[in-house]
Design a protein around this ligand. Structure first.
Ligand SMILES: [Fe+2]
Length: 468
């Protein structure tokens, strides 16, 4: 007995020592992992990551995203600096000699005293699923070749791995985040980007040359795997004192998305299917109240999701609905009041956001009972509600956010201000594994992780068990 007590005491002591590194509060875990509090500087424009490819008018800033609703299409975008050149893409399947051609469009825009280079967008459709394609852009001595792999055919049990990156910017830390993601053995096949791309608006007159340099920086990943875009506040580029009154002008000229194929009227909100996932991208910085275009679209969109075809329902929006960091605290509250009820009703598995430059994961919680009189305005555990993950820790020049609401609210399961990326690894229709990777760690170390039980599957099991 005495031995047992010593044993229990030792285990308790050991647990205390282990947890000593972590500060436990009312809610979950606030990591005390201490990263140095230095604000990262942007990489100089002459850094090799920003290098302009050789050759006259050589294509640069090459990036791809999904080009249709099902995953058989790709939008290929690139920039030519000197003259329009050609908007043609030549592409062929890995095991085929047959080279196909597609011709896109070229656009330019002006932003105060900045004139954009020539921005090409070419949509390729009706590709084979699960196939490696090579593609070539540019002409003459300035041809450049890349490749991508199309996703497997849409279906409920199809494994697929998404990377999560947000608020990336173009600092030395941004470069570490991207490198860490690229070399992660979990091998993300597409990135869900949770907004705030270049941070060009941090420069005088929102120096759009930093949009160009950012696109050269990330080309090494996004030319080879699609990044699914969502817009953050740093994409708004609203500068009325200099006559720039069209929100999202640089972003929407540079980053085309397949919004029309999901019946959306704006590139700022849309949906795609990819393997066993249904991804809904929303805009935190566009009108979203009742009767607005975004609201109407979402209300017609959610009932269309066929969970027996795509069991994993993922929402991406820049501003988190749940965050317990002091900076940006409750900025997502009006959006939460507006939409959380539908996320719960339609059993959204996970909502990924950025904006807060840190990492946080909630438990499965909901807070939808309030009706102005009943006082029921506290988040409660709800096994069939989404998990909310904030992953705005890409490494931009604004630095990390350290100040947290104290004590840790009960809805918050884990929070830590470190740079990193996430991997959402769908195993089958019932389970997915999420891991958050700090830049400083090897891949064997997961800063945070969670097994996801698919909510559609789980709720159908629950109803089966209660019907007996
Ligand atoms: Fe943001």
């Amino acid at each position: 007995m005495g031995t047992n007590r010593v044993g229990v005491g030792s285990v308790y002591l050991l647990a205390c020592l282990i947890l000593g590194a972590l500060r436990s509060c009312n809610g979950g875990i606030s990591s005390s992992y201490a990263r140095s509090n230095s604000i990262s500087a942007d990489m100089p424009l002459n850094s090799d990551v920003f290098a302009v490819p050789p050759g006259y008018n050589s294509p640069q800033q090459v990036h791809i995203t999904q080009g249709d609703h099902e995953g058989k299409g790709v939008i290929i975008s690139w920039v030519t600096p000197d003259e329009p050149g050609s908007s043609e893409v030549i592409y062929w399947a890995e095991n085929s000699e047959l080279k196909k051609h597609a011709v896109g469009t070229v656009v330019t825009y002006k932003y105060y005293n900045y004139s954009s280079p020539y921005i090409h967008h070419c949509t390729i459709k009706n590709l084979e699923y699960d196939t490696k394609y090579f593609y070539e852009v540019g002409i003459g001595n300035a041809k450049r070749q890349f490749w991508f792999i199309t996703p497997p055919e849409v279906g409920p049990d199809v494994p697929y791995t998404f990377g999560l990156i947000g608020d990336l910017g173009q600092t030395f830390d941004s470069n570490r985040t991207l490198t860490h993601y690229e070399s992660n053995p979990a091998k993300g096949k597409a990135v869900l980007f949770v907004g705030d791309l270049s941070y060009a608006d941090a420069y005088p007159l929102h120096d759009n040359n930093r949009w160009d340099s950012w696109a050269r920086f990330v080309e090494r990943s996004v030319a080879y795997q699609p990044w699914i875009w969502s817009a953050g506040n740093h994409e708004i580029d609203f500068l009325p004192e200099y006559g720039e009154t069209e929100p999202f002008k640089p972003y929407t000229h540079r980053y085309y998305v397949p919004y029309k194929s999901s019946g959306s009227t704006s590139p700022l909100w849309y949906s795609i299917k990819r393997a066993s996932a249904y991804i809904i991208v929303m805009s935190s910085y566009s009108a979203y109240g009742m009767y607005t275009p975004q609201y109407k679209w979402l209300m017609s969109e959610l009932p269309k999701v066929n969970r027996s075809e795509t069991p994993w329902l993922i929402v991406v929006m820049h501003c988190p609905l749940y965050s317990s960091y002091v900076h940006h605290y409750m900025e997502g509250e009006t959006m939460r009041v507006m939409y959380e009820q539908y996320f719960v009703q339609y059993k959204v598995d996970v909502v990924f956001s950025g904006h807060v430059h840190a990492y946080e994961r909630t438990g499965r919680v909901s807070n939808i009972a309030y009706n102005i009189e009943n006082g029921l305005c506290t988040p409660r555990n709800d096994g069939l509600a989404p998990v909310y993950i904030t992953i705005g820790d890409g490494g931009n020049q604004e630095g990390l956010l350290y100040e947290m609401v104290d004590p840790q609210p009960r809805y918050s399961a884990y929070r830590e201000p470190s740079y990193g990326h996430g991997i959402f690894d769908i195993k089958n229709k019932t389970h997915a594994y999420f891991a958050w990777h700090r830049n400083q760690d090897g891949y064997a170390v997961e800063g945070d992780s969670l097994w996801f039980e698919n909510l559609y599957w789980k709720s159908s099991q629950d109803s089966l068990s209660t019907s007996f």
